[in-house]
Design a protein around this ligand. Structure first.
Ligand code: C2E
Ligand code: MG
Ligand code: MG
Ligand code: MG
Length: 294
């Protein structure tokens, strides 16, 4: 189906007439469009980063941000990462795109530091293709140098499947990254295929609890138990723990009562532009003290 639709789409493009049939596979068409446009998006400077704050549950302050890529497509508008990261991963474009993300994120973080807006930890997502690159560590080091950013203010988010694909190689690279001085976290923790025994072999600093566990934390006792267990596991291993996808005060309260360190989610803020995050930092946005003392 997809092939036929793609073939038709090519024909349409060549003959330059508009002819849409219900049978046409819209997803395949979109994919074709997106894949072609993705190749030019970097040089056309169509990517931007949005930043989502991470707040400390003891002080209520913003202590970090996660950089999340956005693609401003000339016709489609804002394309979310779920619609192009997988493609970019397949065709390898994620490598230059990912390198751009790290460079831009480091520069932005330095800018906030220079403006006296605090020393935040800047988290970036790393894809499997990037992780497989020979020059990954050097590329990250060069982004830090270019921004003149101290390495401890950069955090690399990895997933379980990414590090589990080749454990020995992963441990080697993670050690190199730690030697460089960056922070390492496991994203979407609990959703991947992993083995707890590796947690102690990987030099990880932070676990990010996947939002699928956080979602029903206040209504599903199993999810509540899983989250409480992840927090205590993390602390036993001297790791920090961040809960993702926190949308309600009830979720926040549960996490605070169970000693979770930080939260990230719509309850505090959606991912926002650099300018909006700058404004947040300038006005000292934080969790209200009532929430932290109840
Ligand atoms: P992720 O790394 O787990 O990022 C968190 C995602 O959850 C973000 O979606 C964020 O907007 C969303 N989110 C945050 N708080 C809430 C909440 O309270 N409720 C709900 N429903 N969602 C929340 P986004 O920005 O669409 O990114 C989706 C995924 O795309 C990311 O998941 C990450 O895996 C990938 N991604 C984003 N940027 C990059 C990038 O620069 N490089 C790579 N390799 N992957 C990226
Ligand atoms: Mg992430
Ligand atoms: Mg995540
Ligand atoms: Mg994810």
């Amino acid at each position: 189906h997809a092939d036929i639709a793609m073939y038709r789409a090519k024909e349409i493009g060549r003959n330059n007439f508009q002819f849409y049939t219900p049978a046409m596979n819209e997803r395949a068409l979109e994919r074709l469009h997106i894949e072609g446009d993705l190749r030019n998006a970097l040089e056309r400077e169509e990517f931007t980063l949005h930043y989502q704050p991470q707040v400390d549950l003891r002080t209520g302050e913003i202590v970090g941000v996660e950089a999340l890529i956005r693609w401003q497509h000339p016709e489609l508008g804002m394309v979310p990462p779920v619609r192009f990261i997988g493609l970019a991963e397949e065709n390898g474009l994620i490598v230059p795109i990912g390198a751009w993300v790290i460079r831009a994120a480091c520069l932005q973080n330095k800018e906030w530091q220079m403006a006296g807006l605090g020393h935040l930890r800047m988290a970036v997502n790393l894809s499997a293709r990037q992780f497989a690159q020979e020059d990954l560590v050097e590329s990250i080091a060069s982004s830090l140098r270019a921004a003149d950013l101290a390495p401890e203010y950069l955090e690399i988010e990895l997933t379980e499947s990414l590090v589990m694909a080749d454990v020995d190689r992963a441990i080697g690279i993670l050690r190199e990254l730690k030697a460089l001085g960056v922070q390492l976290s496991i994203d979407d923790f609990g959703t991947g295929y992993s083995s707890l025994s590796y947690l102690k072999r990987f030099p990880i600093d932070v676990l990010k609890i996947d939002r699928s566990f956080v979602n029903d934390i206040t209504i599903d006792p199993d999810d509540a138990a899983i989250v409480a267990s992840i927090v205590s596991l993390a602390h036993s291993l001297r790791l920090q723990v961040i809960a993702e996808g926190v949308e309600t005060e009830a979720q926040l309260n549960y996490l605070r009562e169970h000693d979770c360190d930080q939260i990230q989610g719509y309850f505090f803020s959606r991912p926002v532009t650099a300018a909006a995050l700058t404004a947040m930092l300038e006005e000292g946005k934080r969790l209200p003290i009532e929430i932290l003392t109840l």
